[in-house]
Design a protein around this ligand. Structure first.
Ligand code: KET
Length: 460
């Protein structure tokens, strides 16, 4: 194309109007008719060659401004605030007690080893790094799970949890046309976007009961039962986001019963393995229980939180099938979906995970650090509860803060109250009332308690 522009070098500006894509007058911009006022042609001389530069300024004018992302947009607003007491409890990202981002020591070690080995930067296969895919499935299902031995799991490295969910959504759209995904109400803000963009229909099942600030278990079961047979039921493996409320082991069994009865497919999003309890195995218990029943299961994993590899975009999609042949076919289709979307995944995070999980010393160090992180969040949770209980003289029961688990606390604050938290107190949080305790320090608990009490009692 560059040569076709240069070949017009000596042509007059009007002659060059026949150049591909340039028209005078009205044009249709994706259904939006706009009078083009800015079409212009410039000729510049560079020595003997003169170059024609054609530009149409009005092409993108019909595009409207997208709203800020409800979660990541909060960090942008936080950055723009200069108040000294500001606090970012928006995004679920672990911070130290000094409220600084934290790179795990074990990740630094793995990084150093990788640098010493001097590995190449060749493309990975479409399905990702083999060593990563092996350990990630083992970590989730347990290394000696029969489904792994029987090669019944299709595992493909994804662009972290989000990208892995998106691959599964595309698989559903392609092979289960019209099937619905049921998501919890509420759920992580991006789930709806993912299924909307993949053109997968979804509806919600009841999950959170504001009256008890707990699980609406009956509502959940009734909605899963009422869904058309063969629906995909999206479940948070542990540390439900945003509520921090998980079913009990007994409730999980009943959920599995209903899903099995209705021939639904359990579809796990497990982005916090190790972060809920501090134990990787305990946090995978829900997924493993479904698999142990012989069910086919989809599970999307993320290493953003538990290894702090947010920016490496490392995770995986696993599809547990009923035969190794089916697993091979599913894997081939996941690869086919990935190839035109992003071709193949990034290597660095995959090597870090593979090396840490594959080496018993590093693995133990990781577990210790994960316990430390989960422990810090638990301490903050207790301190926040103590601060709320001692400062609030109204008799309100704040014990729900202690009952919730994982990175978040779901405060029950409404949008106006959340706005007060931000506008008056400079506490940045999502408008659904969620606060990330991973972004809170012990030192800031009292301040946060003051902000919550003020917003709860003084804003309706
Ligand atoms: N699932 C859940 C439930 C989840 O909370 C997140 C991230 C993800 C998947 C995806 O994370 P990834 O980094 O793509 O592996 N949640 C936090 C960050 C975000 O919204 O992107 C959050 O809720 O703050």
């Amino acid at each position: 194309m560059a040569s076709s522009v240069l070949s017009l070098a000596s042509a007059t500006p009007s002659a060059s109007l026949s150049f591909h894509g340039i028209h005078k007058g009205k044009s249709n911009l994706g259904g939006i008719n706009k009078e083009k006022t800015n079409t212009f042609i410039k000729a510049k001389s560079f020595g003997r060659t003169s170059m024609v530069v054609a530009s149409i300024v009005s092409r993108f004018e019909g595009i409207t401004m997208a709203p800020p992302d409800p979660i990541l947009g909060v960090s942008e607003a936080f950055k723009a605030d200069n108040h000294e007491l500001k606090l970012n409890l928006g995004v679920g990202a672990y911070r130290t007690e000094e409220l600084q981002p934290y790179v795990l020591d074990v990740v630094k070690k793995a990084d150093k080893l990788l640098l010493e080995k001097g590995e190449n930067r060749e493309y990975l296969p479409i399905e990702g790094l083999a060593a990563f895919n092996k350990v990630t499935a083992e970590l989730l299902f347990g290394a000696d799970n029969p489904v792994i031995k029987q090669q019944r799991v299709a595992t493909v490295q994804g662009l972290s949890g989000t990208g892995s969910l998106r691959l599964a959504a595309a698989l559903i759209e392609r092979y289960f046309r019209g099937a619905k995904v049921l998501i919890s109400s509420p759920t992580w803000g991006n789930h709806k976007n993912i299924f909307n963009d993949a053109r997968v229909p979804w509806s919600e099942y009841r999950y959170y009961d504001p009256k008890t600030v707990g699980l609406d278990f009956e509502g959940m079961i009734a909605d899963i039962k009422a869904a058309p047979k063969g629906s995909f039921i999206l479940l948070h493996g542990c540390a439900h986001n945003p509520t921090g409320i998980d079913p009990t082991p007994e409730q999980w069994e009943i959920i599995a019963d209903v899903i099995q009865e209705k021939n639904h497919v359990p579809f796990f999003d497990i982005a916090y393995q190790g972060f809920a309890s501090g134990s990787l195995d305990a946090d995978a218990a829900s997924v493993r229980m479904f698999v142990a029943r012989g069910m086919e299961v989809i599970a999307a994993q993320s290493y953003s939180k538990n290894l702090g590899l947010y920016a490496e975009r490392i995770g995986a999609i696993n599809v547990v099938c009923s035969s190794p042949e089916a697993a091979a076919r599913v894997k081939s289709q996941l690869k086919r979906i990935a190839r035109p979307m992003y071709s193949n995944p990034p290597v660095h995070g995959a090597r870090i995970v593979a090396d840490i999980v594959g080496d018993s010393t590093l693995f133990n160090e990781w577990n210790a650090e994960m316990e430390m992180m989960a422990g810090r969040i638990k301490n903050v949770r207790h301190k926040l509860f103590d601060s709320l209980s001692s400062k609030d003289k109204s008799g309100k029961d704040w014990s729900f803060v202690l009952k919730q688990i994982g990175m978040f606390s779901f405060t029950g604050l409404n949008k106006a109250q959340c706005d007060n938290m931000t506008n008056k107190w400079h506490v940045y949080m999502t408008k659904d009332g969620r606060i990330s305790l991973a972004g809170l320090s012990l030192a800031k608990c009292e301040y946060l308690a003051d902000a919550i009490i003020d917003s709860y009692h003084n804003v309706s």
